[in-house]
Design a binder for this molecule. Structure first.
Ligand code: HEC
Length: 192
């Protein structure tokens, strides 16, 4: 329930045309402002958080996690970054992210906090018989766009996968084109 709600929130959020890219926009912020205390490279893991091991970072990206994908307002990380500088919990402890960096972080979370380039759901390394659905754009009735991989169609609900988690979206919330896309992906999935 919560998951489908968060995806709907995302679909309805303003101005979301896939802007932020983790490698290009977000990793450099973590590197310059956080790695000194939160990276395996520096051997510092304050409170257990490291940002240079993507597998571990991925564990913090989940509903109710430090980074709640699609919900920057609910993500404790955004709170830590935007607290007044004097606050004990403000991160980093000294100085602040620039307004531009905070905006990039917020957009990245709003767009689902993807760690991989959106088009790079490559099947490499997997057995050739394993089909990996590509991450693609889905549009809501209001014209908002999110990036997710098709998983399956269940009656009137399409199940999309974002960051390894399933999200259920009623078909009637999607644009005509995205409904058609869902039907095509479902038909393709049935083929041997
Ligand atoms: C100078 C060292 C230092 C830097 C730089 C730093 N942190 Fe921290 N961070 C800490 C310490 C120390 C704690 C533990 C604070 C505490 O428990 O009061 C912490 C805790 C955290 C936590 C856990 C907070 C919680 O409530 O559990 C997060 C998340 C975090 N930092 C994120 C960041 C991010 C993101 C950056 C970069 C923007 C950053 N930190 C930069 C030292 C640092």
């Amino acid at each position: 329930m919560r998951r489908s709600l968060s995806l709907l929130t995302l679909l309805c959020a303003p101005g979301l045309l896939g802007a932020a890219d983790f490698k290009r926009d977000i990793a450099p912020i973590f590197k310059s402002k956080c790695y000194s205390c939160h990276s395996e490279a520096a051997g510092k893991e304050k409170n257990g958080y490291v940002f240079d091991n993507l597998k571990r970072l991925a564990g913090d990206i989940r509903p109710s996690g430090m980074i709640d994908p699609g919900r920057p307002g609910e993500s404790p990380l955004m709170e830590l970054l935007t607290l007044p500088e004097g606050d004990k919990r403000h991160m980093p402890p000294k100085g602040s992210l620039s307004a531009k960096e905070i905006k990039a972080m917020r957009e990245w979370i709003a767009e689902g906090a993807l760690l991989e380039k959106q088009a790079s759901a490559k099947p490499s390394g997997l057995a050739p018989s394993v089909k990996v659905a590509a991450v693609e754009a889905w549009t809501s009735l209001e014209g908002k766009v999110i990036s997710a991989a098709f998983e399956k169609l269940e009656g009137g609900v399409v199940v999309l996968r974002m960051n390894g988690k399933p999200y259920r979206v009623p078909l009637d919330k999607l644009s005509e084109a995205s409904r058609k896309q869902a039907a095509e992906r479902a038909a393709a999935a049935k083929k041997p």
